[in-house]
Design a protein around this ligand. Structure first.
Ligand SMILES: CC(C)(COP(=O)(O)OP(=O)(O)OC[C@H]1O[C@@H](n2cnc3c(N)ncnc32)[C@H](O)[C@@H]1OP(=O)(O)O)[C@@H](O)C(=O)NCCC(=O)NCCS
Length: 188
């Protein structure tokens, strides 16, 4: 499996790159919003600078691992240079050659096709650069946006797991739709 650091991937409108120290400032601005975090499993609300520090510290440490078990691609608009969200390949298993996809975007950037464009590249990276066999993703049954992004990318619905996780931000339990995509079914 290939490993990479200092990642920079360009799409038509976006730059996907490793998170950096300077992202500590903007993370609380984007993430201190229940509309962004209510369906995320491990993100607290309110979201403070110390939460951002914890996340960036963890991510920077992970960037040094060989092989990496986690890739968080920060998303920038090419026209601005600010972080607007992130998409990640998590829990990468070298043995199983699989990973879990996750993503979020600051609210004011929603509904412009940004996550479809970014997640497509992250999935492509997982299959082509990391040699994954399977990428999986779960989304609360209530999370219309996430379920729509997943289906648009061509993920296959595998079933609904009842009371699968609890969102840290609200304490609510969620039923979760489970989806997967296999390498041979990926078309970019
Ligand atoms: C889920 C999320 C990342 C979607 O990002 P986005 O950039 O707005 O999504 P896109 O604009 O790329 O939309 C992709 C498709 O999903 C559809 N879609 C997006 N949001 C939707 C919504 N709230 N309801 C219904 N459809 C939606 C779009 O219409 C588009 O489909 P189309 O091309 O057929 O029209 C964003 O809403 C978000 O950050 N939510 C909070 C964090 C979160 O829930 N993350 C996922 C955890 S599993």
């Amino acid at each position: 499996m290939e490993t990479n650091s200092n990642i920079r991937i360009e799409t038509e409108r976006l730059i996907l790159r490793d998170l950096e120290d300077r992202d500590r400032e903007v993370l609380p601005i984007l993430m201190n919003d229940l509309d962004v975090t209510r369906y995320l499993a491990v993100v607290p609300h309110p979201y403070t600078r110390s939460d951002a520090d914890w996340f960036i510290d963890k991510t920077l440490k992970n960037q040094q691992m060989v092989p990496r078990t986690d890739y968080v691609f920060g998303i920038e608009l090419r026209e601005a240079e600010d972080l607007v969200g992130a998409v990640g390949l998590h829990h990468i298993s070298e043995l199983d050659q699989k990973a879990t996809l996750g993503y979020w975007l600051g609210k004011k950037y929603w509904r412009n096709g940004i996550m479809a464009e970014a997640a497509k590249k992250a999935v492509d990276y997982g299959f082509k650069k990391l040699g994954l066999q399977r990428i999986e993703v779960t989304a609360s049954t209530l999370n219309q946006g996430s379920n729509a992004v997943i289906r648009k990318l061509g993920f296959e619905f595998e079933g609904t797991a009842k009371r699968y996780y609890r969102a840290k931000s609200t304490g609510d339990f969620h039923d979760a739709n489970q989806y997967s995509l296999l390498k041979e079914n990926w078309k970019m």
